[in-house]
Design a protein around this ligand. Structure first.
Ligand code: PLP
Length: 365
């Protein structure tokens, strides 16, 4: 008997493992596993989602015109060069399906965001993972990995799960030495959290070239991960391609309304960024004081390095027993590490105290 079968590469994809949100038997959990904004959903966005209930029988505006206008105003960008998606993941899939495919290689860094590998493999591309230097994308190695078959390169900046950032000058050097037929996707999901002066989310390169796009999301500082909404800014030809390939109604009525309201929420981004700027160092220092190596991060999370997979696993199990969920990153080739989101003040304190107690109980090993 024959049964329906996908293309063979499809079954080489391992399902994406998201951050867990519940623990059996524990009713109040501290969830620090998905880099969601510490302050939840902006109040204005909550009201907009409720109001959207009345309109949910109607199809959404397929062009997301009002939202693109609002994004354009916020960042000083031409709305005609913006496309919205059901999360930036949706847009990453579109890039892979449209610009990748059999015989078209995709390049990413070794510990880059998992969706690039999943979406690229799904498209039929070979996805090449390039070794990093100090858990940071290595521009020279990325360039060396390019072949005549390369059509797409992804760079998350800052990267998840490592937190590392590539300065604008280095990203510009990468672009300058890439062949013109390679589309460079700069994934700036954490841009709002970055305070370093040598950072650019990608706007400068998008404006200066015709083969670079930037993706952004409402899932992190804007507190709308559950609504699924992201966007990209790119050159007219790339925008034209995405408007052909994307789902015609890819962003729901409620998501569009929520995102517009989140943009209008007074002081929301500043509050999230300021909290992160104050509490990320407290998290890092607290862990370091307990004897855990912490990698430098520009995002709303840190990568805690326990040295061995066994110790990282034991630390994770210990935290779970105390109702604290962080993220295991073995799937990213980092089985000796845990990724921990910067939560509210009491959540940061809880995870620091939990891990300090864990290590105190293991002295000598
Ligand atoms: C969280 C994250 C995203 C956002 O994905 P959405 O689909 O917009 O929720 C994109 N890229 C990276 C690197 C991320 O960490």
């Amino acid at each position: 008997m024959t049964t329906p079968r996908p293309r063979p590469e499809v079954l080489t994809i391992s399902p994406y493992i998201g951050g867990e949100s519940e623990l059996p038997g524990i009713n109040r959990t501290v969830k620090l596993s998905s880099n969601e904004g510490a302050f939840g959903v902006p109040p204005g966005a909550q009201a907009a989602i409720r109001r959207a209930a009345d309109d949910a029988f109607r199809y959404p505006d397929g062009g997301a015109d009002a939202l693109r206008e609002a994004i354009g105003r916020r960042w000083g960008l031409d709305p005609a060069r913006i496309v919205c998606g059901a999360g930036s993941d949706d847009l990453i899939y579109q890039f892979c399906l449209a610009y990748g495919g059999p015989g078209r290689d995709i390049v990413m860094s070794a510990h880059g965001f998992a969706i690039y590998f999943i979406a690229g493999t799904y498209a039929g591309s070979r996805v090449i993972k390039v070794p990093e230097r100090n858990l940071t994308a290595d521009v020279d190695a990325m360039l060396a990995a390019v072949s005549p078959a390369t059509r797409l390169m992804f760079l998350a900046n800052p990267n998840n799960p490592t937190g590392s950032m590539v300065p604008h000058e280095e990203v510009a050097r990468l672009r300058a030495h890439l062949p013109p037929e390679v589309l460079l996707v700069l994934d700036s999901a954490y841009a709002e959290y970055v305070t370093r002066a040598d950072y650019d989310p990608g706007v400068r390169l998008v404006d200066a070239t015709d083969n670079t796009v930037m993706t952004r999301t409402f899932s992190k500082v804007f507190g709308l991960g559950g609504m699924r909404i992201g966007w990209c800014y790119g050159p007219p030809d790339v925008i034209d391609v995405l408007n052909r390939t994307r789902g015609p109604f890819n962003v729901s009525v409620a998501a569009q309304a929520a995102a517009i309201a989140a943009l209008a929420e007074p002081g929301w981004v500043e509050k999230g960024r300021d909290h992160n700027t104050a509490w990320r160092p407290k998290l890092a220092e607290g862990l370091a004081a307990a004897g855990i190596k912490v990698w430098p991060s520009e995002g709303n999370f840190v990568l805690a390095d326990f040295g061995t997979p066994a110790k990282a696993e034991a630390a994770d199990a210990w935290l779970r027993q105390r109702g604290i969920i962080v993220r295991r990153v073995g799937g990213y080739g980092l089985p000796h590490c845990l990724r921990i989101t910067v939560g509210l003040a009491e959540e940061v304190q809880a995870v620091v105290e939990g891990l300090a107690a864990f290590l105190a109980g293991r002295q000598g090993d």
